[in-house]
Design a protein around this ligand. Structure first.
Ligand SMILES: Nc1ncnc2c1ncn2[C@@H]1O[C@H](COP(=O)(O)OP(=O)(O)OP(=O)(O)O)[C@@H](O)[C@H]1O
Length: 949
């Protein structure tokens, strides 16, 4: 039931790929002989030794070999073996991108032309079941796993990571907890392949856009049960797509891909070591346990398996080194010897027969032992036993000489020329029970010890796997955390850099703000200083004005002094005129009367009544005259009052004119200060015209007034002289009256006359006193008026002088100088004022500019502050996000920690394959010719009590 056979090795070259075409222009270095069994690379021609002849394999496939052809020659037979209860292995080996996956699975499992070996095997299995005898019932189950980063992962339940490898007496080496799906047709297998394939670890490298980063192992277990005999055979087919060996320099692997490459290369080198140990003929120990791959393939390499190795190679010189290495690997593997046997379980009847036989054998052995013990006892007692009497199985069984040999054959055990055959039933039993090859470690152990060893080993594997799982989940958590941390660090660093740049901007802005504030302050200071300068200049201007006004007032006071002098002179002249008045006629008459009275008195003679009457008349006349004069004086007084009023009006008008003149002059000066020299002349001309007009009017008024005053003066003078005359006449009369009084003392008539005269004299004296008082007041009044007239005349003269000065219009040198001085001053003032105005306007412009800038900068500052606020908000938001992410990471960490202690339940999207579906042989070799669904599933229905059976 067992047969030793070498590993079958086939070699397949693929067409050059794009990189090779680019690098080597499609050149190939492969020579395959006509038999299609030997391949020689170009470099081998120059070699010496065995490799110079090339490499010989069971078959070498050209670049254009079809998938079907590879299947037909390479693996089709294995399908039959597996269905007969043998284990089978097909595995593809080669550098990355050499076509392993293309060969094993194919680019598309639904493409009849391109589908690879695994789908074809699947179809072949179900086709074989269809053609197998009807008394055979099959159960087909599949598993799909990968070894990724030295961890076994169930591709049909990817959450089952890091599964442990176990070994026991019955099953040999197997993966514990690997999910198995019962399948009843190719479609279900394809579905499983698709699902498992989608879970595989694949990455793009420089050498292969879809590089397998794991070793994938598709396991198909076929259990065939003979429904008649109860015999059961189980064959497992391992379809292995190894990850490709790769040169890091070529694949450009980095990071995780580099880690994967390291693990891939390590496990492939472990495979190479196992093959070396198996083939060098010296090694006592085969290092199966050095990697998960070799551990799983333990049965396939040097064990209970019929194995085919497909080495995939590149034909291009670009990959010649790798191809040579692959070919050498294939050559070494070719010499591995496997001892495949049928994995059969005996039926109860067979077991019974065997038991019976064993019991019989046992009885024979007991008889033989009895004979031996007798012989031993004789020998021990010092006796001798004749050689013909020696105990033998033949004697124990009562057989004749040589009959036993005939019975057991030449292989029977011989001891000291005695045949001691091993019981056939035991052989058979031991064959059925010990179907697994012993592991190197356990070969030296007894059966019980070996079992104990395996049990212990499995426990340790479980622990190891658990620890590895924990470690890996810890590593995953750590990796995740590191990633989170790095992303958080990145975001933190970006936030920091943002914050820094914003801080920089903020600092810049603050600096700008500071500078602006400083500029603004400076501008304010400059503005203040300019204002001060302006005020200073205005003060200077004011002082100049004041100086000008002082000069004017000084001029005025000088003029006033001259004016006062002139006034005094004129007053003296005017008053002198009043002093030399002529006597009036009445005064003369009175004086004549008085003279007569005095004469009469001196002559001491009495006056005649005529003379008294004459004097009386004269007195009455003089009284009348005095009255008239008083009346006249009153009128003059009234007229004077009227004139005074008029004069006051004129004075007021003159004052107004002067004031206007002053204002005009000031205005002109101010205008002159502001206006150009041309304007000064215009204004001056206008002023002169106005002044001349007003002066003419004033002169006319003054002339009128003067004339009137002259008339009044004359009248006053006349009245004064009459009064004087009357006074003199009155005095004369008094004197005369005294004389008359004295002369009348002698006569009574005279006494009365004298009394009467006395009364008259008193009345006249009274009148004269009144007249004197009136005269005095008139004189005072007159003096006042004269003063005013003189003042008016002086004013008039001044006005005239001014007028003349103005009329001369700078003809006067003094005036010219004054004008020049004033013009210079005015020019200077104009220049200064212009400068000030310029400065002022420049300053105003600057201030306006600075204010505008200030406003703009304030706006910018506000904007920047708003930006800053935004940035702060963003930073806060980022911080909040960061916190939230940190919290999430913490939660995930907690969850991961909590999950560590819980074994995840297998999850699969596959909604079939969990219940065994036995398939009945199609009966092509038996009574039935065409399979029917009922027949195929008969076992299933039988098992679940279906009425179909
Ligand atoms: N015999 C062939 N004919 C045509 N194209 C092929 C052949 N063999 C491989 N290829 C193509 O070469 C590329 C690489 O093949 P594949 O992925 O099977 O390589 P691999 O050995 O599995 O690589 P890796 O070890 O990196 O997974 C694929 O695009 C595939 O279609």
């Amino acid at each position: 039931m067992s047969a030793t056979a070498n590993v079958k090795v086939v070699c397949r070259f693929r067409p050059p790929n794009a990189i090779e075409l680019r690098e080597s222009g499609g050149e190939t270095i492969v020579q395959i002989d006509e038999d299609g069994t030997n391949v020689k690379l170009r470099s081998q021609e120059a070699m010496k030794g065995p490799e110079a002849q090339g490499f010989t394999f069971d078959r070498v496939f050209q670049m254009d070999t079809k998938q079907q052809e590879v299947f037909e020659f390479g693996v089709k037979d294995i399908v039959h073996d597996v269905m007969d209860g043998y284990n089978g292995t097909v595995f593809a080996y080669g550098m990355t991108g050499s076509g392993k996956s293309h060969t094993m699975m194919g680019p598309n499992i639904d493409d009849a032309e391109m589908k690879g070996i695994i789908p074809r095997i699947t179809e072949q299995v179900f086709a074989s079941i269809m053609t197998s005898p009807a008394n055979l019932e099959y159960l087909v189950k599949v598993s799909y796993m990968e070894i990724y980063m030295e961890r076994i992962r169930d591709l049909l339940s990817p959450e089952n990571d890091n599964l442990p490898v176990h070994e026991d007496k019955q099953r040999g080496v197997y993966v514990k907890n690997l999910s198995e799906f019962y399948v009843s047709n190719s479609s279900e297998v394809y579905e499983i392949m698709r699902q498992g394939g989608s879970a595989r670890a694949v990455s793009a490298t420089n050498m292969n856009a879809e590089s397998s980063r794991s070793h994938s192992i598709f396991v198909m277990t076929i259990q065939a049960r003979n429904t008649e005999t109860g015999t059961q055979k189980t064959g497992s087919l391992f379809l292995v797509d190894l990850a490709g060996s790769e040169k890091i320099s070529k694949t450009g692997a980095t990071g995780q891909t580099l880690e994967e490459a390291k693990k891939i290369n390590k496990s492939l080198s472990a495979l190479g070591m196992v093959i070396n140990a198996l083939t060098d003929g010296k090694s006592q120990h085969v290092p199966y346990r050095d990697s998960k791959l070799t551990r799983i393939l333990q049965e396939s390499l040097g064990g209970n398996s019929r194995t085919t190795l497909i080495i995939n190679c590149s034909p291009s010189p670009y990959n010649e080194t790798e191809t040579l290495s692959t070919l050498r690997f294939g050559m070494r593997a070719k010499s591995i010897k496997n001892k495949a046997r049928v994995n059969a379980e005996l039926s109860p009847a067979e077991l019974k027969a065997l038991l019976k036989k064993a019991q019989r054998d046992n009885a024979n052995s007991a008889a033989y032992i009895g004979l031996l013990e007798q012989e031993v006892a004789t020998w021990r007692d010092g006796g001798k036993v004749d050689p013909a009497e020696w105990a033998s199985m033949e004697r124990a069984l009562g057989l004749g000489e040589g009959e036993l040999e005939k019975l057991v054959g030449p292989n029977g055990a011989r001891s000291n020329g005695r045949t001691t055959p091993r019981p056939l039933a035991l052989d058979r039993l031991s064959e059925g029970g010990a179907i697994r090859p012993d592991t190197p470690t356990s070969t030296a152990l007894g059966a019980d010890e070996r079992e104990e060893f395996l049990k212990r080993q499995n426990e340790m594997e479980d622990q190891l796997s658990k620890t590895e799982s924990e470690l890996s989940s810890q590593e995953k958590v750590i990796r995740d955390l590191r990633e989170e941390l790095s992303s958080l660090k990145e975001s933190e660093s970006s936030a920091l850099s943002d914050s820094k740049s914003m801080g920089g901007e903020l600092a810049d802005m603050r600096l700008q703000l500071e500078r602006l504030r400083y500029d603004s302050k400076e501008a304010a200071i400059t503005s203040d200083s300019l204002k001060e300068q302006n005020a200073e200049l205005e003060r200077e201007l004011e002082e100049l004005r004041r100086a000008l006004a002082d000069a004017k007032s000084t001029q005025k006071s000088v003029d006033q002094e001259g004016k006062d002098k002139k006034k005094a002179e004129r007053m003296a002249a005017m008053m002198a005129g009043f002093a030399s008045g002529t006597m009036s006629e009445a005064e003369t008459e009175i004086r004549a009367s008085l003279a007569r009275l005095e004469d009469a008195a001196s002559a001491n003679k009495a006056l005649s009544p005529e003379e008294v009457a004459a004097i009386r008349r004269q007195l009455e006349d003089s009284t009348l005259t005095v009255r008239e004069q008083a009346e006249r004086s009153k009128q003059v007084h009234e007229e004077n009052a009227h004139l005074s009023k008029r004069r006051e009006e004129l004075e007021a008008r003159l004052a107004t004119i002067e004031q206007e003149y002053e204002e005009l002059l000031d205005k002109t000066m101010a205008d002159e200060e502001r206006a150009d020299a041309d304007h000064v002349q215009d204004v001056r001309n206008k002023l002169e015209a106005q002044y001349v007009m007003k002066l003419d009017a004033a002169v006319n008024d003054l002339n009128d007034l003067k004339q009137q005053l002259e008339l009044r003066n004359q009248e006053v003078r006349a009245a004064q002289s009459s009064i004087e005359q009357l006074r003199t006449a009155n005095a004369e009369l008094e004197r005369t009256f005294k004389i008359t009084t004295a002369s009348i003392e002698g006569g009574k008539n005279l006494e009365a006359a004298a009394k009467d005269l006395e009364r008259q004299h008193k009345a006249v004296a009274q009148q004269l006193a009144d007249f004197d008082a009136m005269k005095k007041s008139l004189m005072r009044d007159l003096q006042d008026r004269c003063e005013k007239v003189v003042e008016l005349e002086i004013s008039l003269d001044e006005a005239r002088e001014n007028y003349r000065n103005l009329a001369k219009n700078s003809n006067s040198k003094t005036q010219q100088r004054k004008m020049d001085f004033l013009t210079r001053n005015l020019d200077q003032l104009t220049v200064v004022q212009k400068q000030l105005v310029d400065q002022n306007s420049t300053l105003k412009r600057d201030v306006a500019l600075a204010e505008r800038k200030l406003v703009a900068r304030n706006e910018r500052i506000q904007n920047l502050e708003a930006l800053l606020q935004d940035a702060n908000e963003k930073v806060n938001q980022q911080n909040a996000k960061f916190e939230a992410r940190l919290q999430a990471v913490r939660e995930r960490l907690d969850q991961a920690r909590a999950a560590q202690n819980q074994q995840p339940a297998p999850v699969s999207n596959l909604n079939f394959g969990r219940i065994a579906k036995p398939l009945r042989g199609g009966g092509a070799d038996g009574e039935a010719t065409s399979p029917t669904p009922d027949r195929r599933a008969s076992g299933f229905f039988a098992r679940f009590g279906s009425p179909a059976r």
